[in-house]
Structure formats: structure tokens, C-alpha cells
Design a binder for this molecule. Structure first.
Ligand code: ADP
Length: 446
């Protein structure tokens, strides 16, 4: 096992990883930017090192400073959390060349999956269904020709894409002609890579993803699915496990596809294979996220498996201790992302937390770094915590979640609590009649 783990992240996920390390007795080193000096992760870690000024590019993305901090701290492994450098194969490689174990899959697997066009190719070869679409399109003539074949509407996606950024839906040749250079420009600006490809744009699909765990010996298991159809701007808002619309035989089918995909790239550690499911029940893989995800707690709750601890074990070279038939899904869990943003306009809100009360009681889990008196800096993601409810069935989980949202009080910054309270009460959400544009359509009606 590792001597010490440096956590190359901030916020709730840094706290989550430190808690896991404490549980298994591994000392931790935190890193922080000048804006996060007083953050909870800094206080909880055994040691903390400042790695630069507030902007991410100078701190949480500053590879040189992070590697130096790891070496100074005496750490022998780095946990990247999610976002920042978590899916950057160059960073994983640099860790390796400094004898630091990167807690994640191999750099090779990461680079194959990080390129979404390449991941589609791998899926296709492995017999995992993908949405009709194209390889990387080189020019407008090729894009127009291909779009005619797959038929409109189509979606332009960045090969290096992530975080819902850089996607554009086109309903006609004219729109495609206009949007292609814009999407390429956006992709270049956001990811330093202008390559884009096309996919058929599905109407009202559901987002269903499978959590997988692999080790370095080729073993991969699936831990059921999460449904993340409640999204705004392609960003998840509420997630649950299991999905209300997946029966055991469908679960077995998509789990098999997910495992096949992971094995095709010799995946080790925790990962997620994302699918879209059409209203007629057809499944297509859209991408693989090679890291721990924000919504991992719902899977932990219904399987009883600690994904962060399993990630650490896999990276240290241990064999998976679970076999597929030992994974049992019990009950239902739902997570709400709590963001410091206006409930109506969704504009981010920075400031000082004046008052804070998180709900508690049976079946409630809160993953957050927030304390009363904390400053929320304007430099980073607006998520300030996750409220997660467990129930013996979906209705019980939803009832507990609704009550917990009502009970939670955050003052000093604007939050999306009011929006989440409204969402959990909607009849369509209660009945799980949801799809990926449900929230956008709801907001348009208002
Ligand atoms: P990112 O990597 O930026 O998160 P994804 O490929 O995972 O992008 O897609 C994010 C979301 O965008 C999906 O959950 C879905 O809501 C929407 N989306 C992506 N591809 C399609 C598609 N072909 N048709 C309809 N919606 C899509």
C-alpha cells in the first residue's frame, strides 16, 4: 500500500478522498491555491502545500508545482479527483516518471478514451453499439456529405470534449455549415484541439451510465447503472441508482457492454461507461469517463462498495476483491448537486457562507467541504456539496431527499436549493418520466 497520497484537487472531492485515506490508514498531503488557504481539505489532510495563485491554470492545473509538492511531501501516489488533471494522460505519465503512482487507469487507456472519436472506434471494434456518426470531420464538404447519410438532426461534438462543452445541435445543412467552424473554434479554445465529429442527435434519450471497477490483472466488474437524465446545458443536476426504467435483464446487457468496453482498453481502477437510451429501448455508448465521478456516492450506497478505496487498491496493484456475482444492488439512492448559483438565472454566486445547516437523519449522506464562515471563491466550479438520500425504494429515497432539501439552509450566497426542491416535487420526476432535455424544456415553458 502507499506511504502517503497527495490529493491534487480541492472542494468536496478532496475531502472525500482524505476521508477514504483516513479509513484505510494512509497519510495525506493536500494542495491548495492562495484562494483556498482556509478550506476544509487543507485542515483535514496531514499536511498541506500551497501550489500557487487562485486561477486554476496557476495552481490546480500547474503540473510542475503539483509534482514538486508531491516530492516534497514524500507522497508516493497522487489522487487526481475529478476535473482539473484527472483525465490528462500527460500528467499521469509525468507522475510515473517521478515514481509517483497516478491513481487512475494507465496513460495509454486514458489517451484512448480521452479522444472521444477514438473511443467510438474502439467501441465499434469491440462490438459495443455507438450512435450513428462519423470519425473526425476534416472539412465542411465532408461534414455535409456525412450529415446527409446519418440524417438530421445531428450534433457536433469535440473529440477532446468534456463537461458538456463545445456541443452544437444542427437541424439543417445550413445550420451545420454555420456551426461547424464555430464548434471547431470553441473546441480549440476550450481544449486546445479543434477536432470535431458528428453524431445523430437523439430526441428525448435517457442518460444511463455503468460504473465499472477494474484491476491490473484484466478483471473488470460492473456496479449497476446510474440514471443522470436530469441535466441542464448537458451538465448533470440530479442522479440516481438504479434507474427506474432498467430491469434485471437489460442491466445485465448494458453491464456486459460496459465491461467489454473497459477490457478493450485494459482499464484499471474506477471508471464510467456512459450510454444514451432511446425511448424505444436502444442503447448506444457515448463516452467513457476515466476517473471517479461526481455522482459516485449513489452507487456506493446501493452496492455498499467504497469506490475511492477500491480505486486506491487497484492503483497499488491489488486484485479486485469482488466478483461480479457478489455485487448486489439494494434499495435506491438519489443525489442532488447543490451549487452556489441563482435558482432562476443559474448565474454563479461567490461570497461568504453566513449560515449553514445540512439535513440529517436516516438515509441522508452529505458530501461537502462547506462550513459556515467559508468564502466561496469565484475561480472554480460552483458545486458546494451533494445531498444524497437512500430509501428501500425510489419513493422513499425521493421523499427523504425532498424533506432533506427543505431542511437544508444555506445563507450568504445564492444556491440552487429552491430549484432542486421544485424539481423533486414535479409529477414527472416523481414518476421518473424524464429525459436529457427535460429540464431545458421545463425552463422554456416558464
Ligand atoms: P461531455 O463529455 O461533454 O460530458 P457527452 O458526450 O458525455 O459530453 O454528452 C453529454 C450529454 O449531452 C449527454 O448526457 C446528453 O444529454 C447530450 N448528448 C450527447 N450526445 C448526444 C446525442 N447524440 N444525442 C442527444 N443528446 C446527446
Amino acid at each position: 500500500m502507499f506511504r502517503k497520497i497527495l490529493i491534487a484537487n480541492r472542494g468536496e472531492i478532496a475531502v472525500r478522498v482524505i476521508r477514504a485515506c483516513k479509513q484505510i490508514g494512509i497519510p495525506t498531503a493536500a494542495i491548495f491555491s492562495e484562494a483556498d488557504q482556509n478550506s476544509l481539505h487543507v485542515k483535514l489532510a496531514d499536511q498541506a502545500i500551497c501550489i500557487g495563485p487562485p486561477p486554476s491554470i496557476k495552481s490546480y492545473l500547474n503540473v510542475h508545482n503539483i509534482i514538486s509538492a508531491a516530492l516534497i511531501s514524500g507522497a508516493d501516489a497522487i489522487h487526481p479527483g475529478y476535473g482539473f488533471l484527472s483525465e490528462n494522460p500527460q500528467f499521469a505519465e509525468i507522475c510515473g516518471s517521478h515514481h509517483l503512482t497516478f491513481i487512475g487507469p494507465s496513460p495509454e487507456a486514458m489517451s484512448q478514451l480521452g479522444d472521444k472519436a477514438k473511443a467510438r472506434e474502439i467501441a465499434h471494434k469491440a462490438g459495443v453499439p455507438i450512435i450513428p456518426g462519423t470519425p473526425v470531420v476534416e472539412n465542411i464538404e465532408q461534414a455535409l456529405k456525412e450529415a446527409k447519410k446519418i440524417e438530421f438532426p445531428v450534433i457536433i461534438k469535440a473529440a477532446a470534449g468534456g463537461g458538456g462543452k463545445g456541443m452544437r445541435v444542427c437541424f439543417s445543412l445550413k445550420e451545420l455549415e454555420k456551426n461547424l467552424p464555430l464548434a471547431q473554434g470553441e473546441a480549440e479554445a476550450a481544449f486546445g484541439d479543434s477536432r470535431v465529429y458528428l453524431e445523430k442527435y437523439l430526441i428525448h434519450p435517457r442518460h444511463i451510465e455503468v460504473q465499472i471497477l477494474g484491476d491490473q490483472f484484466g478483471n473488470v466488474i460492473a456496479l449497476g447503472e446510474r440514471e443522470c437524465s436530469l441535466q441542464r446545458k448537458h451538465q448533470k443536476v440530479m442522479e440516481e441508482s438504479p434507474s427506474a426504467v432498467i430491469n434485471p435483464s437489460t442491466r445485465e446487457k448494458i453491464q456486459k457492454m460496459a465491461v467489454r468496453m473497459a477490457q478493450a482498453v485494459h482499464y484499471s481502477g474506477a471508471g464510467t461507461v456512459e450510454f444514451l437510451m432511446e425511448p424505444n429501448g436502444n442503447f448506444y455508448m457515448i463516452e467513457v469517463n476515466a476517473r471517479i465521478q461526481v455522482e459516485h456516492p449513489v452507487t456506493e450506497i446501493v452496492t455498499g462498495i467504497d469506490l475511492v478505496i477500491e480505486q486506491i487498491s487497484a492503483a497499488s496493484g491489488e486484485k479486485l476483491i469482488y466478483k461480479q456475482d457478489q455485487v448486489v444492488i439494494q434499495g435506491h439512492a438519489i443525489e442532488c448537486r447543490i451549487n452556489a448559483e441563482d435558482s432562476r438565472t443559474f448565474a454563479p454566486s461567490a461570497g461568504t457562507i453566513e449560515k449553514l445547516h445540512w439535513a440529517g437523519g436516516p438515509g441522508i449522506r452529505v458530501d461537502s467541504h462547506l462550513r459556515a464562515g467559508d468564502m466561496i471563491p469565484p475561480f472554480y466550479d460552483s458545486m458546494i456539496g451533494k445531498l444524497i438520500a437512500y430509501g428501500r425504494n425510489r419513493q422513499e429515497a425521493l421523499n427523504r431527499l425532498t424533506a432533506a432539501l427543505d431542511e437544508t439552509e444555506i445563507a450568504g450566497v445564492k444556491t440552487n436549493l429552491a430549484f432542486q426542491r421544485e424539481l423533486t416535487r414535479l409529477p414527472a420526476v416523481q414518476k421518473a418520466e424524464i429525459h436529457v432535455t427535460f429540464i431545458e424544456e421545463l425552463l422554456k415553458e416558464k
